[in-house]
Design a binder for this molecule. Structure first.
Ligand SMILES: *Cc1c(COP(=O)(O)O)cnc(C)c1O
Length: 221
């Protein structure tokens, strides 16, 4: 299948989920997740009309960046965990950092940002140790820290629930993120991936992060 055909299939699935909940297509950002794929894939997707791209690793995107930096309308989002020693580079390369999860990162990104930088707070909703993200109880502190700084602009909350083939199993996590957003007055919600974005959209997602369903399986060489 071509990227165009896969994109069509994603839009069809998305349209059904939107119809079910009475939401509009403009409420959803389709973030094309291009990790592992070469820069040519980003260019091809851009030619087709995709504009928002997600990458997981600062170093990987650094090598691709020269080949995509002329794509004037492209917005690149960092969706993988960010180590604070890479925050300077991240602030230079990305338009949005979706994985802010500590006061230290907040400070480093503010220092590194040339002008404004859009950020999201990654929230950890499960007890899995390996998962990055800020604990729900620490959200107020982080939200206040971002609000107090001139360059960082808080655009929403992001979460990556434990992987489960069955999207319904993930629904409570999506619901929880929406509730946290409502409680703390944060509007954007980055949640939902290839296999479960319909459920995420039903639960209020404003940004679905889709890799496999657009580009096929990732094979690391
Ligand atoms: C890889 C990745 C995605 C995309 O996953 P797919 O299942 O390929 O759609 C979304 N979000 C994050 C944080 C990822 O690391």
């Amino acid at each position: 299948m071509t990227i165009a055909e896969r994109w069509d299939a994603v839009e069809t699935r998305l349209a059904k989920a939107l119809q079910k909940t009475g939401r509009r297509r403009e409420e959803i950002t389709l973030l094309a997740v291009t990790k592992v794929f070469p820069a040519e894939v980003i260019r091809e997707a851009y030619e087709l009309g995709l504009r928002e791209f997600g990458e997981n690793y600062v170093q990987e995107f650094e090598t691709k960046h020269p080949a995509v930096s002329d794509l004037g309308e492209a917005q690149f989002h960092l969706i993988g965990h960010l180590q604070s020693n890479k925050s300077r580079r991240a602030a230079e390369l990305f338009h949005v950092v979706q994985t802010v999860d500590s006061p230290k990162l907040v400070r480093r990104l503010e220092e590194a940002a040339a002008s404004t930088l859009d950020v999201m707070i990654e929230v950890k909703l499960s007890e899995e140790d390996a998962k990055a993200g800020c604990a729900p109880a620490d959200l107020p502190e982080l939200i206040d820290a971002i609000a107090s700084l001139p360059k960082l602009r808080l655009k929403g909350l992001m979460t990556m629930p434990p992987w489960n083939e069955d999207a319904e199993t993930t629904r409570p996590y999506f619901r929880r993120l929406r509730e946290l957003g409502e409680r703390h007055g944060v509007k954007g919600l980055s949640m939902g991936m290839s296999h479960d974005f319909e459920v995420a959209v039903e639960e209020g997602s404003t940004c679905i992060r889709v890799g496999t369903a657009l580009f096929g399986r990732r094979v690391r060489k």
